[in-house]
Design a protein around this ligand. Structure first.
Ligand SMILES: C[S@@+](CC[C@H](N)C(=O)[O-])C[C@H]1O[C@@H](n2cnc3c(N)ncnc32)[C@H](O)[C@@H]1O
Length: 520
């Protein structure tokens, strides 16, 4: 212990700084009337940091930028871990009866692919509930490419989620068949989810207030459905807005954001369409006009229900009446701006124009405006065919929109131009994997490593893929290789070709996946 002082009253100024600090780093919001809760959590975290004097420990915490391990410790002491299977049944009913049948019908005809993210998954009950629901609804599920990503900031919760062993309390209010059909009785009141459902879920560390999503490299892109329930209620307004807006970028057009009933707010979700189902409200990505909804001033409208027969009532409080006529359905912004003169491209300025276009497209990509990225590149007079980095940007934009065939085409065109680029092979693997082409993805990853044996991301992905296929020994070998390479980086170094992922975060991802202790 660094000190053995008996703790005294903590000055308000210090508590106020601590509260801001926690909010910035973890999102959790502790206003003055919750400072006692904050202190309780921080006090219990102090022994892990090696302090027993609370004030001294807080001052030490505030004086350094937080490291990954410290965020993890704080998360373990400050987050709330309350969850259970099929929580808020009305929400699952809306999914079962309205949203999923429609989605499954659409996807059954073409790509047989569904992507779900449980953000703030806690001990996994929400993600497993979705795995069970999907398997009940899709009879040929083995032929589908289903992704269920489940993320949390608290590694203790993630470990429990991965173990998939639950007590009676997690089943409160659920029907009797749930335990009987989907769990194995381990005795002493413990039940373990069947392995085929464990295999459906990818558990991963992710701090929602860090700028790490959407990204095709951590699978947080092109989502059909994002659950973020009973998480944002603990965040500050600013962090809620930021997170919801990032979810918007992570969702496909017409994708759904699922929140808890206590978290519905027409102000926060103004980017989304608010849709009422019996007993629950869900949020859909898109604009009212584009999806044929009409707006009314107060209350409810089902005037567009013939267009959306699966959705019950559309709820638009606070929006002034708008009559939609055909000329009001606005053209996409980029088309409206088409009067801007294009520069004349000559041999002399070609490189410059291309770089400028690339930077512009990259900016829209980073803002999550993938349609604009695609339009900018394809609509330009510059022929992007000879510029591999432009083509891979295009491939990533398509991948983020879930248009995997286009993504693959452009990635393969880029590879034709630059066969020796390990990053392109890695991107190739990511797209192939999203298409369910496991063996081809592994092949592409091995190529990336052959070209650059110090490239961390392919090792990580190979480890994850082997793990998902039950090959734990092989998986650990790949993870160990990744950890060895990570030793050459500082925690805050951004890893090459990772869309901003730091070495520290990658270390954490691997550690949580392997259930390994982190060195102090
Ligand atoms: C009350 S649980 C909700 C579990 C589940 N979604 C549900 O509704 O039953 C809240 C979860 O949010 C997680 N959480 C809190 N802050 C987070 C952050 N900044 N990033 C990711 N997860 C966070 C906590 O660790 C906890 O597991």
């Amino acid at each position: 212990m660094k000190s053995t002082h008996i703790s005294k009253r903590i000055p308000n100024e210090l508590l106020s700084r601590l509260s801001d600090f926690i909010n910035i780093n973890i999102g959790l919001y502790f206003p003055k009337d919750r400072w006692l809760d904050l202190l309780r959590g921080i006090r219990s975290a102090m022994p892990d940091f090696g302090f027993d004097d609370l004030e001294e420990g807080i001052r030490w915490l505030l004086s350094n930028p937080l490291k990954q391990k410290q965020i993890e410790v704080l998360a373990c002491h400050l987050t709330v871990g309350e969850t259970y299977f099929f929580r808020e049944p009305k929400t699952f009913e809306a999914l079962e009866k309205h949203i999923l049948p429609k989605l499954i019908r659409t996807r059954w005809q073409n790509q047989k692919r569904i992507r779900v993210w449980s953000a703030g998954c806690c001990t996994g009950e929400e993600a497993y509930s979705m795995a069970i629901l999907l398997s009940r609804l899709i009879h040929d599920i083995q032929d589908w490419n289903i992704t269920i990503l489940a993320t949390d900031i608290n590694p203790i919760f993630l470990k429990k989620a991965q173990d998939g062993i639950y007590r009676e309390w997690s089943f409160r209010g659920t029907p009797f068949w749930l335990k009987e059909q989907y769990f194995r009785d381990r005795g002493n009141g413990f039940y373990e989810i069947l392995p085929q459902f464990k295999r459906m879920i990818k558990f991963q560390y992710l701090n929602l207030v860090e700028d790490t999503f959407p990204s095709i490299y951590n699978d947080t892109n092109a989502m059909d459905l994002i659950f973020c329930r009973n998480v944002l209620m603990y965040f500050s307004t600013k962090q809620v807005e930021k997170t919801i807006s990032r979810f918007h970028q992570s969702l496909l057009d017409e994708g759904w954001l699922v929140t808890a009933s206590s978290e519905t707010s027409h102000i926060f979700y103004s980017q989304y369409i608010t849709v009422n189902f019996p007993g629950t409200i869900l949020y859909k990505k898109g604009t009212y006009e584009a999806q044929g909804y009409t707006r009314i001033e107060d209350g409810y409208s089902d005037s567009a229900s013939h267009l959306h027969e699966d959705e019950d009532i559309v709820h638009f409080p606070m929006i002034t009446p708008v009559k939609i006529s055909s000329h009001q359905v606005s053209e996409p912004q980029e088309k409206q701006a088409s009067f801007v003169e294009e520069p004349e491209v000559t041999a002399d300025n070609n490189e410059e124009v291309i770089e400028q276009l690339f930077q512009e497209a990259l900016l829209t990509y980073n803002q999550g405006n993938y349609i604009k990225t695609i339009d900018l590149i394809l609509g330009s007079i510059v022929q992007c065919e000879s510029y591999p980095k432009m083509m891979t940007l295009l491939a990533k934009a398509y991948a983020n929109r879930g248009e995997l065939n286009h993504a693959l085409t452009w990635c393969e065109k880029a590879l034709k131009e630059d066969k020796l680029n390990p990053a392109f092979h890695h991107l190739h693997a990511v797209i192939l994997q999203e298409q369910g082409e496991h063996d081809k993805a592994v092949h592409a990853l091995r190529r990336a490593l052959y070209l650059n044996p110090d490239f961390v991301l392919p090792y990580f992905m190979l480890g994850t893929l082997q793990r998902q296929h039950g090959k734990l020994v092989e998986a650990d070998k790949y993870f160990e290789n990744a950890l060895n390479i990570l030793n050459n980086y500082e925690q805050d170094d951004v890893l090459p070709e990772s869309e901003g992922m730091t070495a520290g975060r990658m270390y954490e991802l691997i550690r949580v996946t392997m259930n390994k202790e982190m060195p102090a």
